[in-house]
Design a binder for this molecule. Structure first.
Ligand SMILES: Cc1cc2nc3c(=O)[nH]c(=O)nc-3n(C[C@H](O)[C@H](O)[C@H](O)COP(=O)(O)OP(=O)(O)OC[C@H]3O[C@@H](n4cnc5c(N)ncnc54)[C@H](O)[C@@H]3O)c2cc1C
Length: 450
């Protein structure tokens, strides 16, 4: 008899056989959606005793195949552990269960004048647990950093169901090894997180948003360094090349900014703070810097509705590209000064290997999402040649001081590239850590390691 909360009906298994990664599907043997922490613990203990792989899942919006049950086993979704347990307005903290949607938390803390900065574009459907497991970034990371910066402590279960409590409810903590930060970004391979203590900030009272149009993508991306050298730290600097704007407009079925899709590249910039005049002066200064760097057009949001309009285009790009057909998304990240060269490299690889790419991303963080479209590429090119192009791309990225993933994680689809970034000794050290947490290798097997 299966423990409570485990369901092996085919409909549910199919529903949990995929995330947002390409068109990949792997059928789990069962799906568990525990409604209490005790139920979760019972499921883990049972599965461990019976040698059943466990794959933790949140909103299943991952783009690296992190929750795909590639070795079978049970997908354990934390979606029903979705309570905001406490918002501590005096200490500026929130204690939340892993299944809380990111946007739900953002809105709950904003209602009491507080601010949870991590802001992935999938915020309406991804969970805090998934964000922690991938160290999610999003659009505000330029100024506020990624999820990692907001995690003070975690409550989790080891694969056999033993409880693990890390960190504390303090902003500072120099006490022994930092297991909290080891779990952040561990992609569900070390422990199943059920509760998190998160740091909050006072909510900035005002926001100003600016869209800048450049004649070509390269000059847009090169202007990022000039803008950041002007002494202003924007909340967000997002890039969209012309191809991305056209995909977004086709998906939305409207042209949001007449003329924007005739420009080679756009930068969407936001600043926040408590003094609107200061923000307006910052926008004017950034506009000036951008025009000196080659910008030809700018749109300034005068109202919240106009601001929302500016963001609508940017936020739809992920789904716009996905709905156009099969593609591979590479989550490249480099020091900002290497961005123009990175864009050149992507386009050169496209010419060499015969693919079209759509690039956009959080360029204020040096993070460029490179979407390689399958279109009419024959199966052998898609399966054999494109991975070679991606390998070449990652070699370039790592040689420039970058990394294989800025925010989407390694998961299933990027693990073959790990030896580009890590030596055999470094990989073995990580494998040894995994064995300490999960000696039987039952927690999210087949992920991260090549
Ligand atoms: C349209 C779109 C836009 C996106 N934009 C962004 C963006 O701007 N920034 C960004 O960083 N990402 C973005 N993503 C990627 C994705 O949303 C993030 O990686 C997100 O953090 C995944 O959260 P999730 O709840 O959906 O996790 P899932 O996809 O369900 O799982 C992701 C990983 O976390 C593990 N996991 C989940 N819950 C737990 C838990 N409780 N304990 C332990 N491990 C767990 C899983 O095993 C898996 O390895 C986007 C995705 C889409 C589809």
């Amino acid at each position: 008899m299966l423990p409570a909360g485990v369901d092996s009906s085919i409909a549910l298994r199919e529903a949990y056989s995929h995330d947002w990664t390409e068109d990949l599907r792997f059928l789990p043997d069962a799906v568990a959606r525990p409604t209490s922490v005790e139920e979760l613990q019972g499921i883990l203990a049972y599965a461990y005793g019976h040698g059943i792989p466990i794959i933790p899942a949140g909103g299943r919006t991952g783009l690296s195949g992190g929750m795909l049950p590639v070795c079978g086993g049970w997908v354990v979704s934390l979606e029903r552990l979705n309570q905001i347990l406490h918002i501590d307005t005096a200490n500026l903290q929130a204690i939340v269960q892993a299944g809380v949607l990111t946007q739900t938390l953002q809105e709950a803390v904003e209602a009491v004048g507080l601010f949870y900065p991590p802001d992935p574009s999938s915020r309406g459907s991804c969970t805090i647990g998934g964000n922690i497991a991938h160290n999610a970034g999003g659009v505000r990371a330029v100024k506020y950093g990624t999820t990692r910066e907001y995690v003070l402590g975690l409550e989790a279960f080891l694969p056999d169901g033993r409880p693990l409590r890390t960190g504390s409810r303090t902003l500072k903590n120099s006490t022994a090894y930092n297991l909290t930060q080891l779990l952040v970004g561990s992609e569900g391979t070390l422990a199943v997180i059920h509760t998190a203590t998160l740091k909050l900030l006072p909510k900035p009272r005002h926001v100003r948003t600016l869209l800048l149009g450049f004649p070509d993508a390269r000059s847009a991306i090169a202007a990022v360094v000039d803008i950041l050298q002007s002494g202003i730290l924007p909340t967000a600097i997002e890039f969209m090349e012309q191809e991305a704007v056209r995909f977004g407009e086709a998906y939305l079925g409207e042209r949001l900014y007449p003329g924007a899709d005739e420009l080679g590249g756009l930068l969407l910039i936001e600043v926040d703070g408590n003094h609107p005049e200061a923000l307006e002066a910052e926008c004017a200064q950034m506009e000036e810097v951008a025009f000196q760097a080659g910008a030809q057009k700018s749109w300034y949001a005068q109202s919240a509705a106009e601001r929302e309009q500016l963001w609508r285009l940017r936020r739809c790009l992920g789904i716009a590209v996905k709905s156009s057909g099969p593609y591979k998304e590479e989550d490249t990240v480099v020091p900002r000064t290497a961005l123009p060269e990175l864009l050149d490299k992507v386009k050169a690889l496209g010419r060499q290997y015969g693919f079209r790419s759509v690039c956009y991303g959080h360029v204020g963080d040096g993070n460029l999402h490179v979407n390689i479209l399958r279109e009419n590429l024959p199966a052998d090119v898609w399966e054999k040649d494109i991975p070679k192009a991606v390998e070449e791309l990652f070699r370039f990225v790592v040689a420039r001081g970058g990394a294989l993933s800025g925010e989407h994680g390694i998961g299933w689809v990027q693990r073959r590239y790990m030896p580009i970034q890590f030596s055999p000794d470094e990989l073995e050290l990580m494998r040894a850590l995994k064995r300490v947490f999960d000696p039987k290798g039952l927690l999210n097997p087949g992920k991260i390691f090549p």
